[in-house]
Design a protein around this ligand. Sequence first.
Ligand code: SF4
Length: 274
Amino acid sequence: MTTDAGNPSDTGSRTRLDLRSDCARCVGLCCVAPGFTRSSAFAFDKPPGTPCQNLHGDYRCGIHTVLRERGMSGCTVYECFGAGQQVTQHLYEGRSWRDEPAAARGMFADFWTVQTLHEMLWYLTEVLTVRAAAPVHAEVAALVDELSGRTDDLDALHTVDHLAVPGIVGPLLERAVALARPTGPAHRRADLASRRLTDLRAADLRGASLLSADLRGADLREADLLGADLRGADLRGADLSTAYFVTPSQVASALGDPTTRLPHRLGAAPAHWT
Ligand code: SF4
């Protein structure tokens, strides 16, 4: 992937959208709105719309530092793409589901919609940093403005059919990556679970299952990982530094270590990669 050394000047504000979770500015929405079922990822059942038993009054998780040890690894791989603080601070101006129970249901629905939009913005703003995708930058920038504008106002947000948005964004991402990605192995939506793979440079892995795949030392530069399932994949020593459309959730659900190279925008490696 060829990226600009700095972001293009006309896209700078867009690439600085707040698209990573900031729990300190949220009211624990991801610990209340979703439900989960007892499994290898969650130690107990929780119905949707009810506060988790570990959520404290200050909206902090009481077992944050020992989630994996307590059987709650599902919490450590979750990423709201900044929807939590956008809904809490901006759309609801600091109000909480706890103080206004009548508004809770609407607040949770808005959280899901904003999360979908923010995830799409995560991908679109990445395209804006890819020099080779310049022919679609204007179109991408317009869509970024449109989607981010919808997350700025409740009335505008309520006009969004969030289930339809990925179907609008997906083809544009497809065109963008086609401009930038060299031809590589074709594994789109392939079942590669538990496989040992190393030569994945510029691979099309969109929607592929890489569950528990052995990718130690793999070359994943310029690979398209949109929607790929990396749960349990072993990325120790792998190079994803210029892979496309990698998310914090994908990385957190995989195994890795300090030798794993991640895209710069992801920042620090997951805490459990030691
Ligand atoms: S265990 Fe902690 S992070 Fe997970 S849902 Fe409960 S309060 Fe939230």
